[in-house]
Ligand binder design. Sequence first.
Ligand SMILES: C[S@@+](CC[C@H](N)C(=O)[O-])C[C@H]1O[C@@H](n2cnc3c(N)ncnc32)[C@H](O)[C@@H]1O
Ligand code: SF4
Length: 399
Amino acid sequence: MPSTLPDGEPAPADGSLPDAALATLPQRRLGVYVHVPFCRVRCGYCDFNTYTATELGGGASQASYADTAVREVDLLAGVLPGAPPVETVFFGGGTPTLLPAPDLVRMLAAVRGRFGLSAGAEVTTEANPDSVTPDGLAALRAGGFTRISFGMQSAVPSVLAVLDRTHDPERVPQAVAWAREAGFEQVSLDLIYGTPGETLADWRRSVDAALACGPDHVSAYSLIVEDGTALARQVRAGVLPMPDEDDLADKYVLADELLTAAGLSWYEVSNWARDEASRCRHNELYWTSQNWLGIGPGAHAHVGGVRWWNVKHPTAYAARLAAGQSPAHARELLDADVQRLERVLLEVRLRDGLPLDLVDPTAVGEVVADGLGVREDDRLVLTRRGRLLADAVVRDLLG
Ligand SMILES: C[S@@+](CC[C@H](N)C(=O)[O-])C[C@H]1O[C@@H](n2cnc3c(N)ncnc32)[C@H](O)[C@@H]1O
Ligand code: SF4
């Protein structure tokens, strides 16, 4: 979650939504994102809305967080008449697993109790490999979590050190084994490529190590140098080089080759899954502009073309809810042009492809002629070269 939020119009203090947005509730899939804004230490590259104990400075406490978030679930349920059962719940952060498992289970139970969960709902938590125990994982599984996503990032100690990651690489296979013992059928690993000093051989070692854990899903993101991070300061000071575009491209291709050879297929430019059942249904819901609620400080939500986001700091968030008010800070009403633009940006990145009727046929013809995409029925699907140049393809398509 970026640290700066866009401007928008003020959101109503009672959390109410326009009727036209509410009318979409029965027609679209509904997901819930729960943000847990705590980390033990901050990694140098990360600008997510998350706080260490020192950064919180005696504000909203971790111990009271679950109760506060449950208040937001209650409030939202009151303003969303006609909401269908929730199909996906995703606890992200921050580090959700820094909270005791019973707190996470209680927040999930609130979603289940107020909205209902659909049969076979996907319930994911992100986890730092350092922050899980066999008992904690068993409690999450027993409480209804079905999927876990570990922030592995790299298997190479020198790369982890540049990223300021504190976990021992050996901890990842251990955490995956514990998750399997606890009964998690869906296990995902996050990797980062392009860290300054990482060689192609280092990256191969990381992907191989991830695959050796037998994950059902892998996300591989290029390192983004975010403004305001320790990493950005090091790059600006010339202590570390900026990630190099050609190196990033080589690493993307290598990851795609290794993951594909191991039986994981791409289904979004940066995501690979063992089969359709192992795709992250929650992210698919974002990528296909469905409806989702965002619980927690800084969390974003979208219902029927209305996007809103909460106040950013955990103390302000808790204060709003304690006063019986919505923590929503501001909102945007997305008009039809913006909604189409966002669909193009997101859906072109999917293996399922971009519906051709969203874009100009001449522009599609050029993308295909350039070898960046192929037509499959009524959709445009990127080739591997197209995936490497996805941003440029979007620019061409939107003219
Ligand atoms: C909330 S974290 C995952 C859980 C846990 N906090 C952890 O880091 O292990 C989500 C993921 O975002 C990715 N991420 C964060 N900042 C990034 C950046 N600047 N560039 C690329 N990926 C980033 C990392 O791969 C990380 O695993
Ligand atoms: S543990 Fe995860 S969320 Fe926390 S600072 Fe590191 S990457 Fe960001």
